[in-house]
Design a protein around this ligand. Structure first.
Ligand code: ADP
Ligand code: MG
Length: 344
């Protein structure tokens, strides 16, 4: 075997486009390669095309143009069941009247697999997600975490190569959501599958993803590991959407500066930007200050460690001087896409 042959992507999207009948473009010619055995999060604001992208990969939505490859196999026009993907839905969508075992075996029953074989396979999968001992319980008799494992086993019974998850955690309360995302990450590594997880929460994406794909208006704004996306946002949109950044208009053009990279000093102390504190929010380990830049309507946020705030307890109305190290001001790469001319 040739060692130089690159491993095929788990999923590759080539100029993938979806235009709905009303003429609006939901997904606008996106290209993406998702590495095998990785956790990929599609992230972006509501309506940016995440679910449409996922449904096209799943085969639940037709494509307008472009291609979808799974491990180099073109699956663009295959029926959902023949693709090698499986979908896990919001709130797990288990059948309440069926046991965990019957929930997991359900899709094999639909395929006409005999009872003994399907129950054996379902039991094996439940063992694999550490739920074998609770196989006879109904969803209502299981905790949220246990239900999620049943839902995972149910999605895995078709032996998918890629698991697709559309906002699987968004209906859960905050505590359970954090617990469940740790579980999802654990199972992705344990099972050695590729997960593609849609979320509008940048915090969730950063916690889970090997690769984050930030989308806006049907296009991909940036692809990369969370650390890179957070520290080197490719555009003003990404900097603002990820949060924790200020986008400032400087003589060098627009720059992003993290709110924990801005220093405050008394207003008379030097050559920084003058600002006035408008609000002070205590957050536990840090204090978040809201400021207005003098002579403008622009707002800036600064995150101060609690200890620094105790030393210098700023209050609304205080005038301050803002500075940051030059290397912490991040400029955006030029936008290469030329806008498409709109002919009348
Ligand atoms: P997201 O999951 O990122 O919130 P969607 O992929 O659901 O976004 O939607 C992307 C865009 O496509 C939105 O503008 C939405 O209104 C539109 N859209 C989604 N589904 C349909 C549909 N079935 N018919 C027409 N437009 C749709
Ligand atoms: Mg959606």
């Amino acid at each position: 075997m040739d060692d130089h042959t690159p491993q095929p992507a788990a999923i590759e999207l080539i100029a993938l486009t979806k235009r709905y009948a009303q003429g609006s473009v939901a997904v606008d010619s996106i290209d993406l390669r998702i590495a095998p055995n990785s956790y990929c999060c599609l992230l972006g604001p509501s309506g940016c095309g995440k679910s449409t992208t996922l449904r096209m990969i799943a085969g639940h939505e037709s494509t307008t143009s472009g291609d979808i490859l799974l491990e180099n196999r073109n699956i663009t026009s295959l029926p959902a069941a023949a693709r090698g993907t499986a979908m896990m839905f919001q709130s797990f969508a288990l059948f309440p009247h069926l046991s965990a075992l019957d929930n997991v075996a359900f899709s094999l029953k639909m395929k006409g697999v005999d009872r003994t074989t399907r129950l054996k396979q379902a039991q094996d999968l439940l063992e694999r997600v550490a739920m074998g001992h609770l196989a006879q319980r109904k969803p209502g008799e299981l905790s949220g975490g246990q239900q999620q494992r049943v839902a995972l086993a149910r999605a895995l019974i078709t032996q998918p190569r890629v698991l697709l998850l559309d906002e699987p955690l968004s209906a859960l309360d905050p505590f359970l959501r954090i617990q469940m995302r740790a579980e999802l990450r654990h199972w992705q590594k344990e099972l050695g599958l590729t997960f593609i997880h849609v979320t509008h929460s940048q915090e969730e994406a950063m916690a889970l993803a090997d690769t984050m794909v930030v989308m806006n208006h049907g296009r991909i704004e940036q692809v990369g590991p969370p650390h890179t996306v957070y520290n080197r946002p490719a555009s003003e949109f990404v900097a603002r959407f990820m949060g924790g950044h200020n986008v400032l208009d400087t003589t060098d053009g627009k720059v992003a500066v993290r709110n924990d990279h801005i220093q405050l000093a008394p207003a008379h102390s030097g050559s920084g930007w003058l600002a006035t504190i408008s609000d002070v929010e205590y957050q536990g380990t840090y204090v978040l200050l809201g400021l207005k830049l003098n002579g403008t309507d622009d707002s800036v946020s600064v995150m101060l460690p609690e200890a620094a705030f105790v030393q210098q307890p700023y209050a609304p109305g205080d005038s301050v001087n803002l500075t940051w190290a030059p290397w912490q001001a991040h400029t955006f790469p030029p936008v290469l896409d030329t806008p498409v001319a709109t002919a009348a």
